[in-house]
Design a protein around this ligand. Structure first.
Ligand code: TZP
Ligand code: MG
Length: 278
């Protein structure tokens, strides 16, 4: 039968090719195809716009006692090794830390991360590796933090197993919606404010978008990131974030890492929003 395509939309969101076709028939048909690495194809016929995910929400979320403040290391900004930053952050009260390094060669990062992990283990803190599932696996780190262009969350979960913490970065509402169906343990959203730390950051999302993500995230813990400081952290938590991830505000002054961390924990501990999530 002859049909007229009124609207065709193709996009790449969270590693999935998303095709939405609106056909001119009565009643109007909206078809959505989500193709994830050729694994699954879903066809939807509906009168309304229906967003379907190729995967169902992940039922076995890691019991994540998410602290309010989630620091991230940066060797260039702090001038310190990852291990030294981890030690200072732990002295200030950090219990969950992410190692992020966009410049080190893999072998150098592996060696540094192994030393940082030893420090974390000695102090009962958990360590998440940014980007590199292979490093997390080889080091037996506590988990990995993935971005939109990293290995898909499902593949990381298969490699790391159900006990690993997997975090996932999102930068807009559409990405956040798709992320709620992924096998991840927390959702990061940002940059909420302007950041000078990340190279080529996505556009500033703002507090309203953060609040909107809070309304669609379901039980997934929400970590806000990007330009968060002592001055705006309360607004960020009020907007619905369960935790704040921070780089510059905590580690840019290497002599004050422990002090800054401790200050931030004290400041945020008074916020009513408590996110012990399982
Ligand atoms: N992702 C979004 S913003 C950002 C990352 C890694 C950088 C956050 O750094 P800062 O210094 O807290 O703005
Ligand atoms: Mg990444």
């Amino acid at each position: 039968m002859f049909v007229v395509i009124r609207f065709l939309f193709i996009d790449l969101i969270a590693g999935c090719i998303v095709v939405v076709i609106i056909l001119r028939r009565r009643p109007t048909l909206i078809a959505g195809f989500f193709i994830a690495g050729g694994r699954r194809l879903i066809f939807i016929k509906t009168r309304g716009l229906l967003i379907a995910h190729y995967d169902q929400s992940y039922p076995n979320r890691v019991s994540l006692d998410l602290p309010k403040v989630y620091p991230i290391t940066d060797t260039q900004l702090s001038g310190l090794s990852h291990a030294e930053q981890v030690l200072r952050l732990i002295e200030g009260g950090a219990t969950l830390i992410q190692l992020r390094d966009k410049h080190a060669a893999p072998r150098e990062f592996y060696r540094e991360a192994a030393a940082a992990l030893q420090v974390a283990r000695d102090h009962n803190a958990r360590l998440i590796i940014n980007d590199r599932v292979d490093m997390a696996l080889a080091l037996k780190a506590d988990g990995v933090h993935l971005g939109q262009t990293d290995i898909p969350a499902g593949a990381a979960r298969r490699l790391l197993g159900t006990e690993a913490i997997i975090g996932f970065s999102t930068h807009n509402i559409a990405q956040a919606k798709l992320a709620t169906a992924l096998p991840v343990d927390y959702l990061a959203f940002g940059p909420v404010f302007q950041t000078l730390t990340k190279e080529n950051p996505d556009p500033v999302a703002g507090l309203v978008a953060l609040w909107e993500v809070g309304t669609i995230k379901g039980s997934l813990p929400l970590v806000a990131i990007g330009g968060i400081t002592l001055l705006n952290v309360h607004d960020v938590l009020k907007a619905g974030a369960d935790a704040v991830a921070m780089i510059a505000e905590l580690i840019a002054d290497p002599g004050k890492i422990a002090e800054n961390m401790s200050k931030m924990l004290t400041l945020t501990s008074t916020h009513p929003n408590n996110s012990s999530v399982s």
